[in-house]
Design a protein around this ligand. Structure first.
Ligand SMILES: [Zn+2]
Length: 293
């Protein structure tokens, strides 16, 4: 690893780095999200419901998608790694409005596009000094990092969200993210673009990871918005879905329904024919269907 100074090493490698800055930023955003939990109102299997289609769910789907939980209990499985991981340094048309610190920085192409959209919005707010300090890491790279940094500063291979391609570390050249306007902007606005601050300061007892103001994770809308509204980390959000089964959300004027299903052999799910939907596993034993109403 190149020697860029302590700050940069901290930003790049710090998946479990111990930092305990005080909370200097209080969220100041108006979160325009309405969330309603409801009883299962789906069309039953009557054989006549021609406005729905039956989608077969396979076991691998538990381990694929943007809502996968990765922590010390639930490691990344190979099938969960994003299939569209690209080298950002070589695909510089994807890199707009921010810098990439290392020429071997990889990320899911889809996530890179979402990230660029978020950075463009930050720039409009006058916050424009973002660097990606780490993106996707292969299991081998994670293993190397773990051996190099030790268990206080890195996670073992397969237990880091960076192994999915859905997470990235964001830094700024001026100061630490805990103090920078870039960190404050992300904390307040990332949810609008499908990103979450995965390891908030007040949830380390749940996540098992100390506050990491630089580590963001893509989950997509409306999930990031519901999590922000309800102050949930991913562990809490997935428990909430499992418990409630069906949730509808209105996020900045757009409607979504989110449904949780425990996986069982030969299962099928009824989905409206004319609606867009996304299926993601939770990496534990269930799948979540998000329908764009
Ligand atoms: Zn990270």
């Amino acid at each position: 690893m190149k020697k860029w100074g302590f700050l940069i090493v901290l930003l790049v490698c710090g998946c479990v780095v111990f930092i305990n800055y005080g909370s200097i930023f209080e969220p100041k955003v108006d979160i325009n999200v309405e969330v309603v939990e409801y009883e299962n109102a789906k069309v039953e299997d009557s054989g006549t419901a021609d406005n729905t289609q039956k989608i077969k769910i396979t076991k691998e789907q538990i381990y694929q998608g943007n809502l996968l939980l990765v922590n010390s209990e639930y490691p990344v499985r190979k099938e969960g790694v994003k299939s569209d991981v690209v080298n950002l340094f070589k695909r510089n048309e994807l890199v707009k409005g921010y810098g990439v610190l290392y020429n071997d920085t990889y990320l899911s192409e889809d996530i890179a596009l979402e990230f660029s959209e978020m950075i463009a919005a930050a720039e409009k707010d006058g916050v424009d000094n973002f660097w990606i300090t780490s993106g996707y890491r292969s299991f081998d790279e994670q293993k190397e990092l773990y051996q190099e940094m030790g268990s206080n500063a890195a996670l073992p291979a397969g237990y880091s969200e960076h192994n999915l391609g859905l997470s990235l570390d964001v830094g700024t050249t001026q100061t630490t993210m805990a103090k920078a306007p870039e960190g404050e902007w992300i904390e307040n606005n990332a949810w609008k673009f499908g990103f979450i601050l995965r390891y908030p300061e007040d949830k380390s007892d749940i996540t098992g990871i100390q506050y990491e103001p630089w580590h963001i994770r893509y989950v997509g809308l409306p999930h990031s918005a519901i999590m922000k509204k309800k102050n949930f980390v991913l562990e809490e959000y997935l428990d909430y879905l499992e418990e409630n089964k069906n949730v509808s959300a209105k996020v900045e004027g757009k409607n979504y329904t989110v449904s949780y299903y425990p996986f069982s052999e030969n299962m099928t799910i009824d989905i409206p024919k004319d609606k867009e939907y996304v299926i993601s596993g939770d990496n534990m034993g269930g799948v979540i269907v998000t329908v764009y109403e």
